[in-house]
Design a binder for this molecule. Structure first.
Ligand SMILES: NC(=O)c1ccc[n+]([C@@H]2O[C@H](COP(=O)([O-])OP(=O)(O)OC[C@H]3O[C@@H](n4cnc5c(N)ncnc54)[C@H](OP(=O)(O)O)[C@@H]3O)[C@@H](O)[C@H]2O)c1
Length: 454
């Protein structure tokens, strides 16, 4: 059914309003406001007299907000370019097919495109969050520490898919980082300053961490870390090896120990055993005393066997759903809906599937304090999966791992006792961090990809 412009914009998540009539009552630009601060201007209403709106545009530019110009006419792009080129403002133009009877999909596409342009920086350049954008190396002032923080000189960091998701803006709903920011979630290094209320650490201590959300930034030479996020580096491994542990180690711990409460003698299915999480989780599950089944491709079978996996399924040749039965726990990390459904079926009644890839659950949305409407959205998104789990009488849990220095200390003990060892695929130099990220994005890494900083 055809929609009006207004209806389509509302459906695309835009707030609606004739904002700027007061600037020029006769040729008022038709301006809509989107909830993220994106202004949408329908050029059909204002095309000829865009200059009349330049005062309005200047105001918007000053506030660092964004403008999306939409128009049916081809020459709109030119008009926009001429009118706003001196304003140093982020904008995107998009043709839409239709006056008042407009095309919903086009608006949605345009809003999405617009969302990938973030705030203008003070020197007038734009910081994009986009799939094409590479990380850039730049000089930033040495961070200052709060009383409960330490300053760490980073020796090594590791790359995670989370870095890419955040760089691409795919995680904006949960973690709305504002550009420019320093990426990176794993570190190993040496403390060079301590805050006045820090009690557990001193200058010179060798430490490692997955810093808390909004305190990330390990693709750097220095970082401030909250004391509670830190643990002492295991003494028996190198800085590079140490940096490979925090995110995947904590993920495995929180999934298998905290949530699934995996016990000796139980059966656990760990998907993607040769990945960063898998290589750690297999060793942790074996240390707990569980029977471990895992999936990997032919080339990595020996690797996962050496880590202790009891049953290895070559996912390119075999289907785990026809082999596994009556499992207590599944550590799910695949993005294919069928794999999730099949994983429920291999659980015994009352078994638990911990998913690292979603869909996120209402409990998670509540836990991280999302706005009520986002909680409702997540409720809806996960409804059918939760229903399937309920029907089969199994538990479905979503984990988004968190920083935890205490748990990391437990992991230090396991590494020092030789129960768990780091598995490293490649070490990149610091100036090849983009190459390191691209390598991880292939989804083929065996264990972890590390970046040597010092
Ligand atoms: N929610 C959270 O807190 C959280 C935390 C950590 C990770 N994650 C997510 O969990 C997933 C795994 O993370 P990761 O760091 O372990 O990834 P990773 O290291 O990049 O995984 C790469 C490995 O996955 C294997 N693999 C790829 N497709 C597979 C398939 N269909 N079946 C079995 N193995 C397969 C590859 O082996 P082959 O080359 O042999 O195929 C490769 O060794 C990612 O999606 C990540 O974003 C989420």
């Amino acid at each position: 059914m055809a929609r009006t412009t207004h209806e389509a914009l509302l459906e695309a998540g835009c707030h609606f309003g004739h904002l700027k009539r007061k600037w020029n009552p006769n040729m008022a630009p038709y301006i809509f406001m989107e909830k993220n601060g994106i202004h949408i201007i329908d050029l059909n209403k204002t095309m000829v007299k865009l200059d009349a709106a330049s005062e309005a545009l200047k105001q918007i530019a000053k506030s660092g907000k964004k403008i999306l110009f939409v128009a049916t006419k081809k020459q709109a792009k030119e008009v926009v370019a001429n009118s706003v080129k001196n304003l140093n403002m982020p904008y995107v133009t998009e043709r839409w097919p239709g006056g008042m009877l407009t095309n919903f999909a086009t608006i949605r596409k345009a809003v999405k495109k617009m969302s990938s342009i973030d705030k203008m920086t003070s020197d007038g350049t734009f910081d994009n969050i986009s799939k094409k954008e590479k990380l850039q190396i730049s000089e930033v002032p040495e961070p200052t520490i709060n009383e409960n923080e330490v300053l760490v000189e980073i020796h090594a960091t590791a790359v995670n898919l989370l870095d890419t998701l955040i760089k691409n803006g795919d995680f904006k709903l949960f973690l709305p980082y504002k550009t420019p920011f320093v990426n990176g979630h794993d570190l190993a290094g040496v403390i060079i300053k301590v805050g006045s209320k820090v009690t557990k650490f001193k200058v010179g201590d060798e430490v490692y961490a997955r810093p808390s959300d909004y305190k990330i930034g390990t693709f750097a030479e220095y970082i401030t870390v909250i004391e509670n996020d830190l643990a002492y580096k295991p003494k028996n491994i190198s800085m590079e090896e140490t940096s490979s542990i925090p995110l995947v180690g904590l993920t495995s711990w929180q999934a298998l120990v905290d949530i699934a409460k995996l016990k000796k003698g139980q059966k656990v299915f760990i998907q993607a055993g040769s990945g960063g999480v898998g290589t750690f989780a297999i060793q942790l599950a074996k240390h707990i005393g569980a029977y471990v089944a895992t999936t990997t491709s032919t080339t990595n079978i020996e690797l996962v066997k050496n880590l202790g996996a009891d049953l290895v399924i070559d996912y390119k040749k075999e289907d785990f759903a026809t082999i596994l039965k009556d499992y207590d726990v599944v550590l799910h990390s695949n993005r294919d809906a069928k794999v999730l459904e099949d994983s429920f079926r291999i659980l015994k009644q009352g078994g638990t599937l911990v998913s690292l890839t979603g869909p996120p659950t209402p409990e998670f949305a509540k836990e991280i304090g999302l706005a009520w409407y986002l909680q409702m959205l997540i409720n809806l998104l996960s409804l059918s999966v939760r229903r399937k789990a309920k029907k089969l009488n199994v538990n479905f849990k979503f984990l988004f791992m968190r920083a935890d220095g205490k748990q990391l200390s437990e992991i230090t003990s396991l590494i020092e006792a030789g129960k768990i060892r780091p598995i490293i695929d490649k070490v990149f130099p610091f100036d090849q961090i983009n190459e390191a990220m691209s390598y991880v994005e292939t989804g083929r890494s065996k264990g972890k990809v590390v970046v040597k900083v010092k």
